[in-house]
Ligand binder design. Structure first.
Ligand code: ADP
Ligand code: MG
Length: 559
């Protein structure tokens, strides 16, 4: 182990010590304190590393005036507190070898020193002894005194960037700087839901969480309505990482597809308790929602991965928000699977309030049951199928329902390499543009898997002899052209899904088609067999429900 020169470095205790030059050189360098939110993040991380169960964050103005963070963690002994504010001193890292198995949020021993360099820093701490310690650093002057304080640490930062006018000028408005702080605290509060967080701005509480788990954290950050529409996820499996099977655990709380946001920033991912910005991990959470959500909408979710430390490189980025993952592809796939599973097995029914108003109580049904007990009553406007389902009146959109059925069949077909297809009575000759023609030739296999059979017919013309025929309805020539275009566009890994969704749409029942009772019943039965019966592939609902009490209330009946 590489050992620093401080007196406590050799004894293997947990005290604060100075890192060796060799270790310092291997730490991702960069400016730690770039704006007030970074100060908050560093201090929150220190409190979490000290096993705090409650962290209060007070911010005045844009944060340069004053930031104060109070924790009830294990605190510091006097010697440690005095040393901790010096550069490259830490209790969290022994030597360079430890960089490969970091289990704490901090490890560089730079934050307190960097903050003290450009602000007035006051540290009040007690590790459970009779007298606490206060260390103040103002313009390079360090003073130490006794202080009465319960176990824990309070760090106060005033006049941030007092000696860096350009830094100050580059800051945004106080509202914007505070928004960054608030977002950062929310990230930690959601990922570290066993710790209580309280955030105040100019003396007013912005939000707080109870430290009693993810549901409570969601309530604190997003409010009751959003939190109520969420479900726990729990998933574990062994994954080959660095040539060995290692355990990957995924836990979290994800909102139902009914809760959406216009960007991905409400997908919070933690790795070993550290909130991280990793686009692939975030997308792995978002992707399984694709077929439930309209384009441009994203879910709200908190997902925490527990990985063996060997799988994680936390030492990539000065702000430590970006991390490296070893055998990333395998880990990404586990995340996808965990979310997929949650979305298909969760009891997605939302317990809505009984509404007087019929229109607002039409809600998409989201439960896990099939429709075997559902009775078809009749068709309305050649589009909606009315059904009785135990206590509820269900209204099925026949087009959306049919799209969902076709979509799942096509997906299944692709996996089994047998999309149901139909031979055309008379093969159609289709003339393609030159690019499409060569794409058709090079993607012949893919097209066949999708249910298209065709032969070259001279020049850029092909003879189309079979087309996909989910549910016995045939796709048309346009679908063939679209499939080729989608395959040409190729790069996008989602193209297959989009393609399938489009294909599913083409031959689906349209509004205005009147159905026989038999067809309607079969449609409902098939819908019930779908893995995700409650949304069409484009994310629109397939089924709405009106509960009986709603009708009773509407008609002034007792219920
Ligand atoms: P790092 O977190 O990378 O070790 P810091 O400069 O943030 O570096 O902190 C230096 C040391 O001060 C930490 O290693 C820890 O021992 C101690 N420390 C800082 N903040 C706290 C706190 N809130 N509670 C207990 N110890 C703390
Ligand atoms: Mg730190």
């Amino acid at each position: 182990m590489t050992i620093g020169p401080s007196p406590s470095a050799d004894d293997g205790t947990d005290g604060v010590r100075e890192l060796s030059q060799a270790t310092i050189e291997r730490i991702a360098a960069g400016e730690v304190v770039t704006r007030p939110a970074r100060v908050v993040i560093e201090l929150v991380e220190n409190a979490l590393d000290a096993d705090a169960s409650r962290i209060k964050i007070e911010v005045t103005g844009d944060g340069t005036d004053r930031i104060r963070i109070i924790d009830d963690g294990h605190g510091m002994a006097r010697d440690d507190a005095i040393l901790a504010v010096e550069p490259h001193t830490t209790s969290k890292l022994g030597g360079a070898d430890d960089l490969r198995r970091i289990e704490s949020l901090g490890f560089r021993g730079e934050a307190l020193a960097s903050i003290a360099e450009t602000a007035c820093l006051k540290l009040a701490t007690n590790d459970g002894t009779e007298v606490g310690t206060e260390v103040t650093i103002q313009k390079g002057q360090k003073t130490v005194s006794d202080i009465g304080r319960a176990r824990g640490t309070t760090v106060e930062v005033r006049d941030l960037f007092y000696d860096r006018p350009t830094r100050r000028e580059s800051l945004a408005t106080p509202a914007q700087e505070f928004a960054r702080i608030s977002e950062a605290v929310a990230r930690y509060a959601l990922v570290r839901a066993d710790t209580a967080f309280i955030l105040t701005h100019d003396g007013t509480e912005t939000f707080s969480t109870s430290g009693k788990g993810r549901l409570d954290a969601l309530i604190g950050v997003y409010g009751r309505d959003t939190a109520a529409a969420s479900t726990d996820i729990e998933y574990g499996t062994a994954v080959p990482i660095k040539e060995k099977n290692r355990n990957v655990q995924i836990a979290g709380r994800v909102c139902y597809p009914s809760i959406t946001r216009a960007d991905r920033s409400h997908i919070r991912v933690g790795v070993n308790g550290r909130p991280v910005k990793n686009i692939r991990l975030r997308d792995a959470v978002a992707d399984p929602y694709d077929s439930f959500l309209a384009q441009g909408l994203f879910p709200v979710a908190v997902v925490d991965l527990t990985l063996p430390p060997i799988a994680v490189d936390a030492n990539l980025h000065p702000a430590k928000e970006r991390i490296g993952l070893r055998d990333e592809d395998a880990i990404i796939e586990v995340v996808r699977e965990a979310i997929r599973e949650a979305l298909s097995t969760a009891d997605l029914r939302r317990q809505g309030e009984i509404e007087m108003d019929l229109s607002s109580s039409l809600r998409p049904v989201e439960n896990g049951s099939d429709f075997s007990e559902t009775e078809f009553i009749g068709q309305y406007r050649d589009l909606y199928l009315l059904c009785e389902d135990e206590d509820d009146l269900l209204i099925v959109d026949q087009h959306a329902a049919h799209e969902r059925i076709n979509y799942e069949r096509l997906c299944a077909g692709l996996e089994e390499e047998t999309v149901p297809s139909a031979e055309l009575a008379r093969p159609r000759t289709v003339t393609l543009d030159p690019g499409a023609a060569s794409a058709a030739a090079s993607y012949a296999d893919e097209l066949r898997k999708l249910g298209f059979a065709f032969q070259p017919f001279g020049g850029t013309t092909v003879r189309l002899s079979s087309v996909p025929a989910p549910l016995g309805r045939t796709a048309d020539v346009d679908a063939f052209r679209q499939a080729i275009e989608a395959l040409r566009a190729g790069e996008d890994p989602d193209f297959r899904d989009d393609l399938i969704a489009d294909l599913a749409c083409h031959p689906s029942l349209k509004a205005g088609e009147s159905l026989t009772r038999e067809t309607a019943e079969r449609l409902i039965e098939r819908l019930g067999e779908c893995q995700q019966p409650y949304a069409c592939p484009h994310g629109r609902p397939t089924v709405l429900a009106i509960e009986e009490p709603t009708l009773a209330r509407g008609f002034d009946r007792d219920w």
